[in-house]
Design a protein around this ligand. Structure first.
Ligand code: GDP
Ligand code: MG
Length: 444
């Protein structure tokens, strides 16, 4: 799947056909690849029609080519298909935290229980495992051995055969040992195609132990079937998430993940091998990059994003140049600085003006701490004062009032005022220079 998509991107970028035609060709290829790797057909068509719509409607910002912009669209839509920008928080929201694993036999529940124990133990949590699989002979020993390997507490009772009772007793045991995360491994005696039975069993155990989270463990190689199971599961449990196992061994992994993500269920971890440390939190962004071949598209994305911030910088320079400088503008500028760089950089964006700026940007540099303080000070001004900071010079009592309001010294207010005056002077010079240059046909 991955190499197929990478190939399609290469073809798209080097194609000499008209843009619209290349987009169609790419989309057809993408559909073919996704359907072949078992992604649900409906999902595929929704996904590709979103891409097509954006590709034909969006106008790339100045300086960005349509083909580069198209790659950015594919990248963003893929991330969104896989679950969005946001990463799931994999750390427990409370302590103790009870996790119950469900899934059909062989999907990797027992292995995943041990992997989770390893993962959380290494992040400083005290973890306890419970063997509640009374169905499979050897399930008890399997988990016990894994628990020893990882070095966490284990509880099981081969004399009992009610999973709910085992889970209840196990909980009691681990709570007495001050466990912070308790993981219950269950049987899942049903095969694929028996989703409803699996969900019923899951509900019965969940009723007995009231877990904080139920995790559905899915084998990546099942591809298409994952969609139905994940969908039912997502509808049945509001506290559910999904772990995909065996992502190492199958080409259909990408398909399974896209299918599952498309159900709205959240993929939390992926398993990438048989060993206890072969587990990682699922990161849609990383996964999207892997599918598209990050090395290949990285340069394109970088080009697009840097052009965009360049455009933003220019817009800001324009608004500084055209508007009347006041504290509101300074406020906005300080807010934007964190992501875009100092005002000196912005002013330099104005064509033909860079020579008027001081070599040394010291006077233009403001520390993070100071920026926070200044935002605070501006917030303590009246609207009138923000519009006309000159008022502060005329009536010194204003400075005192603002300083008290912002909880700072009067010198701090005066320092901001100096900064404001400095920028104002600078802008005045720049404007004069710009009109001079215009006159002699030098600028722009
Ligand atoms: P359960 O029946 O759901 O408890 O499944 P198990 O945990 O017993 O796992 C079934 C098989 O899958 C075992 O042989 C595991 O070693 C293997 N397995 C589990 N997770 C992974 C994984 O992420 N990658 C690979 N390659 N094998 C896995
Ligand atoms: Mg098992």
């Amino acid at each position: 799947i991955f190499s197929g998509i990478k190939e399609a991107i290469k073809k798209f970028l080097s194609s000499t056909s008209p843009y619209e035609q290349s987009v169609e060709e790419f989309i057809r290829e993408l559909q073919r690849i996704l359907i072949k790797s078992d992604v649900n057909v409906k999902v595929v068509f929704e996904f590709t029609s979103k891409i097509r719509k954006r590709a034909l409607e969006e106008k790339p910002p100045q300086g960005v080519s349509r083909r580069d912009w198209f790659i950015k669209i594919v990248y963003e839509e893929l991330i969104s298909l896989l679950g969005g920008e946001e990463e799931l928080n994999v750390l427990p929201k409370k302590k103790p935290y009870v996790i119950m694993l469900v899934g059909v036999q062989g999907s990797g529940k027992t292995t995943t229980a041990a992997k989770l124990a390893w993962y959380y133990k290494n992040r400083g949590y005290r973890v306890g495992l419970i063997a509640a699989d009374t169905f499979r002979a050897g399930a008890y020993e399997q988990l016990k051995q894994l628990a020893e390997k990882v070095g966490v507490e284990f509880w099981g009772d081969k004399g009992l055969n009610d999973p709910a009772e085992i889970s209840r007793k196990g909980l009691e045991y681990h709570l007495s040992k001050k466990a912070e995360i308790i993981i219950i491994d269950t049987a899942g005696r049903h095969g694929y195609g028996e989703e409803s039975k699996l969900i019923d069993e899951m509900k019965a155990i969940a009723d007995a132990v009231k877990p904080d989270e139920v995790i559905l463990v899915l084998d990546a190689s099942i591809g298409q079937k994952a969609y139905d199971l994940a969908k039912k599961f997502h509808e049945a449990t509001p506290i559910g998430s999904i772990i995909i196992t065996k992502l190492d061994g199958t080409a259909k992994g990408g398909g399974a993940i896209s299918a599952i993500a498309a159900t709205g269920a959240k993929v939390k971890f992926v398993g990438t091998g048989e060993k206890v440390d072969e587990i990682e939190p699922f990161r849609p962004k990383n996964f999207a990059s892997r599918i598209l071949g990050m090395g290949d598209i990285e340069a394109i994305l970088e080009r697009v994003y840097s052009t965009m911030s360049q455009n933003e910088l220019e817009e800001m320079a324009d608004s500084l140049m055209s508007g009347n400088l006041n504290m509101k503008l300074i406020y906005k500028q300080i807010k934007q600085i964190r992501s875009m760089g100092p005002i000196g950089k912005i002013l330099r964006m104005i064509p033909g003006l860079s020579m008027s700026l001081p070599e040394d940007e010291g006077a233009l540099k403001v520390s993070e701490k100071k920026m926070d303080m200044w935002l605070n000070i501006i917030n303590s001004m009246t609207y009138e004062e923000m519009e006309k900071p000159e008022l502060l010079e005329r009536e010194k009592s204003r400075i005192r009032r603002i300083a008290i309001g912002a909880g700072v010294a009067q010198e701090d207010v005066r320092e901001l005022l100096n900064y404001y005056n400095y920028i104002k002077k600078l802008l005045k010079q720049l404007k004069r220079r710009k009109s001079l240059l215009k006159k002699f046909g030098g600028a722009d």
